[in-house]
Design a protein around this ligand. Structure first.
Ligand SMILES: [Zn+2]
Length: 284
């Protein structure tokens, strides 16, 4: 990478955007790409995070005019395919196959080192393309520039799964990742301005290790974020219509709720006016 381009990227100011490169999951919705599975891009001034790059992440990034080269961090919650399949492809694209070594990967242990059940998704080559690799467990924190990242508790079929809380100077965003309901989630999510919940199934449809709409209502009415975004939809959820499910969440809580669509862009600043105060005074 030429010095001139490096300079340009160093001074990149993306503004503030949450961009959904995918909103689907499950063998049907993912396998047939009924919804894309590219993850979420979070742009905060000169930081660009790619969260949970599932199958098709670099394709969806290109389709949505995201410059993958400008990624500064990757956040990966666990080693299920929807969340980490394209980790190496994204690192390869963002670093020019390691020619421009940069960026940080923050992820749970199984993606980086593997576990008894899971081969590590991250290849040794791509690990070396990055500036830094951080293994994170629930309760632990890491900082990327002015943004504090905390790994959150989950109750999921992949036991080392983490959610993420990003405290920025402007807003606090929580991403649940995959988890089933637990009262502990409410403590974990308190203070979130924007809450992204992976709502796999509609109504009160039981689903091991994941949330349904009834769970999302229980969480939202206690956490009271300014905005709840639901995503990570199974085929069943798509058939029930996520827009209707989001309306139900909004009706039964005091929170604005929306169902994410592929390619949807949200300006988080609209929902974070009190965030500065909370970031400064938060006691967590
Ligand atoms: Zn999962």
């Amino acid at each position: 990478m030429g010095d001139e381009n490096k300079e340009k990227l160093a001074k990149a100011d993306f503004g503030h955007n949450i961009i959904f490169l995918g909103t689907g999951t499950g063998k049907f919705a993912r396998g047939k790409q009924l919804r894309a599975t590219g993850g979420i891009i979070l742009q905060i001034e000169d930081n660009q995070f790619h969260i949970d790059p599932g199958p098709g992440a670099i394709v969806r990034a290109a389709q949505n005019n995201i410059n993958t080269r400008a990624n500064t961090s990757l956040l990966i919650s666990h080693s299920h395919i929807t969340h980490c399949n394209d980790v190496n492809a994204v690192i390869d694209a963002m670093t020019y196959s390691g020619l421009d070594k940069h960026g940080v990967l923050i992820s749970n242990n199984s993606v980086i080192n593997g576990s008894e059940e899971h081969h590590p998704y991250l290849t040794k080559f791509h690990r070396n393309c990055l500036e830094k690799v951080i293994v994170i467990e629930p309760g632990q924190r890491a900082a990327v520039n002015e943004i504090e990242i905390k790994a959150l508790y989950t109750k999921h079929t992949e036991p080392s799964t983490v959610g993420f809380r990003l405290a920025t100077p402007y807003f606090v965003l929580v991403y649940s990742s995959d988890t089933e309901y637990s009262p502990r989630l409410i403590e974990e999510y308190k203070g979130a301005n924007i809450l992204i919940l992976n709502v796999h199934s509609p109504n009160n449809e039981p689903v091991a290790g994941n949330l349904n709409t009834a769970d999302a209502i229980k969480i939202a009415e206690k956490v009271e974020p300014k905005l709840v975004i639901i995503q990570h939809f199974s085929k069943k959820m798509l058939e029930a219509d996520p827009i209707q499910e989001a309306r139900e969440i909004q009706k039964q809580t005091k929170c604005q709720a929306i169902a994410a669509k592929d390619g949807m862009i949200i300006n988080p600043l609209i929902y974070g006016s009190k965030a500065r105060q909370q970031t400064l005074t938060a006691n967590y």
